[in-house]
Design a binder for this molecule. Structure first.
Ligand SMILES: *Cc1c(COP(=O)(O)O)cnc(C)c1O
Length: 371
């Protein structure tokens, strides 16, 4: 069994994907082909923002926003302690200080109370400038935007939504990737909307930010590529990836997002009462990057599933504040919910192409080992 069945997805979309890729190869417009701009327009329209700026991957997308906002040494940027490494990495890479914030046990997302406590602790210490917050839409569930944004804006912080796992989700009628002052996503193959390699995008309503991002993704270009007005990077989305994404995005909108929600509801119906299942609060729609339960006997469960050919994954086994790369970075608040989650989370096979029979098989095996 595949944990995320990209092979099955390819079989379903093969004709259209092959056609789209062959067109790029026969046109030889590998860099900045028209498909890239078309895709950006489609994505911006779908989420409901003015600008989508595609780039090479989700980490670059975050980093480019750090550059756009001038994040630098002496700045505090608040990030969840329970997330993929990139969210904190880009902050430290700019010389700023990531301040780790605890998450809510039930949603896995940034805890507004912990954010406020961390902001007050940093403020009281008086060493760092309050700069930005990067809430994450973890496992596909949008972050609690009203709560987090209100606290951030009250303290003069910018909000960058890390929607790498959240693309397609909905929060109170608004799409993920529109919930902060700017947002980023990733098209890494296993994300809700993935390409066939690396890819990413940034979403913003601000014209000036959009123009800056378009410049720095091509070496800080001015009026053209050989006019360089600032230092930038080389961070473009390949035309082949854009062409593949156009096909996959159509399927995502037409049925994949609905189908993955159906799979999640099958899991939840069968596991509710026996296991701690993921919570989707009223007014939220998840794009189900992961379906994650919490168990006390994780090693035993994972081994039993594996023996039956069922893969499972642990996202994430280590809190950010315990990563060696972040050693020496101060802890401002209690991070015990994250510590607990790192010991108990288990993500189950998940994608829009799983059948009810497959979910029945997985859940009936899990029941045997329920504690
Ligand atoms: C995957 C991911 C990223 C980074 O995306 P890449 O495209 O792999 O660089 C950033 N943040 C989160 C939360 C992610 O899951």
């Amino acid at each position: 069994m595949e944990f995320r069945d990209l092979k099955k997805q390819y079989q379903v979309l093969k004709k259209d994907i092959d056609f789209a890729v062959e067109r790029v190869m026969s046109d030889c417009n590998f860099i900045s082909g028209s498909q890239v701009q078309e895709l950006e327009k489609e994505l911006a329209e779908y989420v409901g923002v003015k600008h989508c700026i595609s780039c090479a991957n989700g980490t670059d997308a975050l980093q480019m926003m750090m550059m756009a906002w001038g994040v630098t040494e002496g700045d505090a940027v608040f990030v969840p302690d329970f997330t993929f490494f990139s969210t904190g990495e880009v902050v430290a890479f700019e010389g700023a200080t990531p301040v780790f914030v605890d998450v809510c046990r039930d949603t896995f997302n940034m805890d507004p109370k912990s954010l406020e406590a961390a902001i007050l602790a940093v403020e009281k210490e008086g060493q760092l400038k309050l700069k930005a917050v990067i809430p994450v839409d973890l496992f596909g569930l949008p972050y609690d935007a009203d709560e987090i944004n209100a606290i951030a804006h009250k303290h003069g912080l910018l909000v960058l939504e890390d929607g790498a796992q959240g693309f397609g989700g909905v929060y109170k009628g608004r799409r993920a990737c529109t919930l902060g002052d700017a947002a980023t996503t990733s098209f890494f193959p296993a994300k809700p909307l993935g390409c066939y390699g690396d890819g990413g995008a940034i979403f913003t309503n601000d014209d000036e930010t959009a123009a800056y991002l378009k410049s720095i993704r091509v070496h800080g270009k001015g009026t053209m590529k050989y006019d360089n007005i600032r230092l930038g990077m080389n961070s473009r989305l390949d035309t082949i990836q854009a062409a593949i994404l156009q096909v996959k995005f159509k399927a995502f909108k037409e049925y994949e997002l609905d189908d993955v929600n159906k799979v999640a509801s099958w899991y939840s119906e069968k596991l509710a009462g026996t296991f701690e299942i993921p919570v989707v609060p009223e007014g939220f729609v998840s794009s189900w990057a992961q379906y994650t339960i919490k168990v006390s006997n994780r090693d035993e469960l994972q081994a039993s599933l594996k023996a039956k050919g069922i893969p499972s994954m642990v996202y994430y086994p280590k809190p950010m504040h315990k990563q060696l790369a972040f050693s020496g970075i101060k802890q401002y608040v209690d991070l015990s919910a994250t510590e607990e989650l790192c010991q108990t989370v288990l993500s189950l096979p998940m994608d829009p192409y799983k059948s009810n029979d497959i979910i029945n098989l997985i859940t009936s095996l899990l029941q045997v080992y329920a504690k």
